[in-house]
Design a protein around this ligand. Structure first.
Ligand code: PLP
Length: 224
């Protein structure tokens, strides 16, 4: 395989992010590229790091535990976001490894996270995952419950909630959902808006994303 393909892909995506930002008069530096390395091996992750990428996303705690401790030790300026569901029995491991937890989506998880944060002294920022399309099979807090849940997390539990995250329905135009998430973040004074993947990140940037989560457009098709 051409060993420069990941560096090339990263540079293309950065350019596309910049163009999209420019088209709506946003500062390109306000948009963070989260390279989603789920299912990808350490060789590909290291190639992205060598190309200057410092922000990554994984969706499984156990997989991340196998891949990341060594890499994070070698590259202390690398940051890792959890973008997949967090089971309460994995909270301890997640707090050790992740710098941001993007998938806070229910009261029970919030309560246990708050407890474990105090115990461990580690306080990674949390984004609240919103089930923006109100899809029964999807994780996330319902849009109508979001304001209350954000207040509960911040005020009662003292969790460091700094953003919102969503995955819009796959078979619909994403723009209205991106726009709704951005207005919800504004309403709750949350600075970070994580939305947009390989197929729709330019649209997400145009609607206010501060974090786009991109896997296949960087690393190619997923392994396994
Ligand atoms: C896999 C994944 C992504 C990246 O998807 P691509 O289509 O590979 O860009 C983004 N967000 C979440 C939550 C994911 O699980």
């Amino acid at each position: 395989m051409d060993t420069h393909i990941i560096a090339l892909n990263l540079s293309t995506i950065r350019k596309r992010i910049h163009n999209s930002a420019q088209s709506v008069q946003r500062n390109k530096n306000d948009i963070n590229l989260v390279a989603v390395s789920k299912t990808q091996g350490s060789n590909k992750i290291l190639e992205a790091i060598h190309a200057g990428q410092r922000l990554f996303g994984e969706n499984r705690v156990q997989e991340a535990e196998r891949k990341w401790p060594g890499i994070k030790q070698a590259y202390p300026d690398v940051a890792l976001h959890l973008i997949g569901p967090l089971q309460t029995n994995k909270i301890k491991q997640a707090l050790r490894l992740f710098d941001v937890i993007e998938t806070l989506d229910r009261p029970k998880l919030a309560e246990m996270l708050a407890m474990e944060m105090k115990k461990s002294g580690r306080f990674p920022e949390c984004y609240i995952q919103v089930n923006i399309g109100e899809e029964p099979q999807k994780a996330g807090i319902m849009p109508s419950d979001a304001t209350d849940f954000i207040g509960y997390c911040q005020n009662e539990l003292q969790l460091p909630v700094t953003g919102l995250m969503c995955i819009p329905p796959v078979d619909e135009a994403p723009a209205p959902y991106f726009s709704l998430l951005a207005s919800m973040a504004k309403h709750s004074h949350l600075a970070n808006i994580s939305m947009g993947m390989s197929g729709d990140f330019e649209m997400a940037v145009a609607h206010g994303a501060t974090h786009v989560r991109i896997g296949q457009a960087i690393f190619g098709e997923r392994v396994g």
